[in-house]
Design a protein. Structure first.
Length: 202
């Protein structure tokens, strides 16, 4: 099984890229770290005082996320996965029934490079885009899907940008990371070629 790690700052195109890859790469599963946010009283209380809490690693259920990933690695037929309802701030659990062996596990999100898993043989991707474009994407998403207003998004975005680059520095410096702009067709084609070659020569 090949593992693809997609990380990048908010609005850089991680989900867009993951979904595109899942269409091209047969028998792939996409896991979004945003789906594993905590929904307990403690995290909801903290969020009232720390507005960027959902951009911090403490906000996700790492143990459950790792269990999901391990179940996929073990080719189990039933995988427990989570989805997060951002409007109601509620975590929803469901079962994914697999019919084929997974060839590609795609883990995407701002926390995908910080999970306690083995990254050595993974294809590590860093999505980068101009900050202004990333902000506009996040604004559109948060207003339409997450019920946030413009002022909230401005506050959260500026801090999330700082937090991501601060906590990804060691990962970027100590790993072979492929930088990609998901909306750039040439960059995307080069990435697909790279993945196909690696799959043929694991």
């Amino acid at each position: 099984m090949n593992t693809i790690i997609i990380t990048g700052p908010s609005g850089s195109g991680k989900t867009f890229l993951a979904n595109k890859l899942s269409i091209v790469l047969e028998n792939s599963i996409v896991i979004n770290t945003d789906s594993y946010y905590r929904d307990n009283f403690f995290i909801k209380l903290i969020s009232l005082f720390i507005h960027d809490i959902y951009d911090r690693f403490i906000s996700i259920k790492e143990a459950e996320l790792i269990k999901t990933i391990e179940s996929i690695y073990n080719n189990e037929n039933q995988i427990t996965i989570y989805n997060y309802d951002f409007r109601n701030k509620k975590s929803l659990k469901s079962i994914l029934n697999k019919t084929n062996n997974t060839q590609f596990l795609i883990v995407e999100g701002i926390f995908s490079h910080r999970i306690n898993i083995n990254y050595i043989n993974a294809i590590k991707l860093l999505c980068l885009e101009e900050q202004a474009i990333c902000f506009q994407r996040r604004l559109n998403r948060d207003e339409s899907e997450r019920g946030r207003n413009r002022n909230e998004v401005i506050k959260r975005f500026r801090k999330s940008w700082e937090i991501f680059f601060k906590h990804s520095a060691s990962y970027r410096n100590s790993n072979k990371v492929y930088i990609i702009n998901p909306s750039n067709k040439i960059s995307y084609k080069e990435l697909i070629d790279k993945i196909i070659i690696k799959n043929k020569n694991p």
